[in-house]
Design a protein around this ligand. Sequence first.
Ligand code: UGA
Length: 424
Amino acid sequence: MTDRESIGVIGVGWVGLVTAACLAELGHEVWARDIVSDKIDSLSRGEVPIHEPGLPELVAKNESRLNFTTDMAPVLEHTELLFVCVDTPPTYSGDADLSRVEAVIAELGDSSDHALVMKSTVPVGTGRAIQRRRDALGYVSNPEFLQEGSAVEDFMKPDRVVIGADDGWATFADRVQTLYAPLNAPVVRTDVASAEMIKLASNAFLATKISFINEIANVSEELGADVSEVARGMGLDGRIGPRFLRAGVGFGGSCFPKDVQALKQLAGNTGYHFQLLTAVVEVNELQKRRTIGKLQKHLGSLVGKDIALLGVAFKPNTDDIREATSLVLSGRLAGEGASVRVYDPVAAAKADGMLAGAQICDSVLEAVEDADAAVLVTEWPEFAELDWAEVKRRMRVPLIVDGRNFLDRDALVAAGFTYEGIGR
Ligand code: UGA
């Protein structure tokens, strides 16, 4: 175990709470602060307000080392390293909204005792701009690479830890590095701007990989190849790697769409047109809509048709629906005159009112009752275990569009379904 530090975490959203709980698990005293009092009240009662596997257990186990507060004063009193985990959502122009980061800096007054450890994703150049204005305040960039649904594991077993510090702040950077030492991960020590770019470039590259395989899928459909086989064969090449080569109905979430857009915008601000990322975004938008054509191929006009969407969350093991394909699909289906019913094991309630009038159901069987087609949008494990014979009995037309190539195609065809996958 490392020397025990007392650490501030500012912003107790998903990144902040995972960071706070994991740092507490590593033996540190954590002062976690959020301005939303309901959230702090729940956490103080031991209730975790987000769906993230392993997190409630970690919060409960480390309760004695986790102090939740709405007040900045005790955080500043007890800690020097302040992990900034506030939201940096996109503005209408596509730039990042840094107002929450600025609000944190404003609250620090003219402190020269503290260092910001920036976990929030910020545009390249943000750290340097802050340091120019506030040269007494320490600054370390420490981007996060957590995936929703496996964030605790990703924190505890990272592929790498990136720590960026400019001249003068090596001591704070050393302290941050020491916190991660028990994880035995490779550490990339670099300057602040490069650390900021590593974050954006990593997400943009992964998004590019997905849009690339989605285009291979679309062409494979026309040429008679099976994208799953193609991805398997490509992924064994060590230079390519097997991960993030799953074709599907497009990427969503709070990170890829935002970060690809942010990097494109940053490049644009310097006068550089990042053509590749423009295509990555466009391919993804089209991919989200392609399902409509697949349904029309079998059903003709969708006016008056009943379509079931299985899965609302942008991916399994989360209740997050930001930029989820389900939102686009339900809107497009409503636009085509179809009636939509949706089911999701955890995210449906959050989506209420955002699905273009779709009816939210309590079970798959309710969603598929008399349906003309079912579209698997999110690969929740329970969908692989369904009683498909019963599903078929309930549906008016046994048509399945498997938007994640997740189901057993041969078994479904043998059971009498018409099966449409992605790129196969
Ligand atoms: C992503 C990155 O993977 C994390 O490393 C990063 O820390 C995070 O963004 C962030 O910036 O905070 P996340 O958005 O949680 O994490 O989800 P992913 O598992 O990366 O999936 C993103 C989307 O891509 C999902 O809609 C998923 O269905 C889709 N996807 C993923 C595919 O369509 N195909 C794939 O092969 C992989």
